[in-house]
Design a protein around this ligand. Structure first.
Ligand code: FES
Length: 99
């Protein structure tokens, strides 16, 4: 299986019970997951998006991780997603948005 070029993991605060009850969920992570899915499709990126449980940096929530690049982003918004994707499409320097 070929891995996507960009795999975004967005914390949606899932607990062991399956309930989303943490910081990232309360700050709109569910909407960010849908937004990212739409942006990947609209931009024609070789990308995927997955939701995760707590990534243990709740004070920076909503939190997003990009693999295989190993980049972490905090206080993610739709506007920040746009900027990150623009940067990736322009050559990959997303350092100003990383935590
Ligand atoms: S709830 Fe998202 S990092 Fe903890």
């Amino acid at each position: 299986m070929k891995s996507p070029e960009y795999h975004f993991f967005i914390c949606n605060s899932y607990r062991v019970s399956g309930d989303p009850q943490g910081v990232c969920n309360k700050k709109g992570a569910t909407d960010l997951l849908q937004y990212m899915e739409t942006e990947i499709l609209d931009r024609g990126l070789d990308g995927a998006v997955s939701s995760t449980g707590c990534l243990k940096v709740c004070t920076k929530g909503p939190v997003m991780v990009l693999y295989p690049h190993g980049k972490w982003f905090g206080e993610v918004t739709e506007e920040k997603i746009d900027s990150i994707l623009d940067a990736l499409e322009d050559g990959g320097d997303t350092s100003e948005f990383e935590i």
